[in-house]
Design a protein around this ligand. Structure first.
Ligand SMILES: [Zn+2]
Length: 285
């Protein structure tokens, strides 16, 4: 097993989580409404640095036999520490032209950046790029309002610029959906708004097994431990919290495995309801 990848099966569906890299963020961007003393104490109790979050970018490769689906593409050359997805796919024996479906959970740069090469051309030339219509409309509108993000202004500008550039280059390959949709047998895209207007979750089901990819509905296991802790990258905070709750309650009720793009690699695990509130994250398949 090459480093930075982890294979498992969901029934008869073959899956691999593939590391695109990581990025280091100031902790308040991830936990804007956490009480600073409690945040510091909690980070230290988990042996984490108190002021930075080293956040992995983890894409999901799905092989159904007939279809090769890639959920999210990583950050491309947006940072020195990202852009490994092409090499990871190659180590799985997948060339970019083999991918027939790219699912964009949303159009933030860490999820869409790897869809273009360094010349700004589509990498996955044979793939339809599926995203929610409301996501496409939000980022391609004459004006995109990111005022609600609790992030520095120049970062908001970068996020908007990147989404417009990537979606523009992908416009002939984009296939918007407007509701829950089966993309391949056992692979469903589910609207999960809040982080962005058209944020998507992905549900895999086969042979009685289920895997729920929650995308950025939670970006750190502490968002499970403290369900009221918001994420500065969420455009609609209250909607994002209720989407997070809906997804995790469903995962608990139906005994699903969960994969979360920004959780510590391999970013797959199980959730259980915590008696004191919130959820407990147990990594591993
Ligand atoms: Zn993200």
């Amino acid at each position: 097993m090459p480093a930075g990848s982890y294979r498992f099966e969901v029934g008869s569906i073959s899956c691999a989580v593939l590391s695109d890299g990581y990025f280091s963020y100031p902790a308040p961007w991830f936990f804007p409404n956490a009480e600073p003393g409690l945040l510091r104490e909690t980070m230290e109790s988990h042996r984490l640095p108190p002021d930075r979050v080293l956040s992995p970018y983890t894409c999901l490769l799905i092989q159904t036999g007939r279809h090769v689906v890639l959920v999210d593409t990583g950050g491309g050359d947006s940072a020195r520490t990202t852009g490994a997805i092409g090499a990871r796919l190659e180590m799985q024996g997948i060339r970019p032209r083999d991918v027939d479906t790219v699912v964009l959970s949303h159009a933030h740069p860490d999820h869409i950046g790897g869809a273009l090469d360094r010349f700004g051309r589509p990498v996955f030339r044979n793939a339809r790029h599926v995203l929610l219509e409301s996501e496409w409309e939000f980022w391609t509108a004459a004006r995109t309002d990111l005022g609600a993000l609790r992030l520095p202004g120049d970062l908001k500008k970068e996020i908007e610029f990147s989404a417009r550039r990537c979606l523009g280059a992908l416009r002939f390959q984009v296939e918007p959906i407007d509701r829950e949709t089966e993309l391949a047998p056992g692979v469903r895209a589910i609207p999960a708004p809040g982080h962005t207007p058209g944020h998507l979750a992905i549900l895999l089901s086969s042979g009685g097994e289920h895997l729920l990819n929650i995308g950025d509905a939670a970006v750190h296991p502490l968002h499970l431990q403290y369900p009221a802790w918001e994420n500065g990258f969420d455009l609609a905070g209250a909607t994002a919290l209720s989407t997070r709750r809906d997804l995790l309650e469903r995962a608990v009720a139906e005994g699903m495995h969960v994969v979360a793009f920004h959780f510590p690699f391999p970013s797959v695990g199980r959730v259980a309801a915590h008696p004191g509130g919130g959820w407990k994250w147990t990594p591993g398949w």
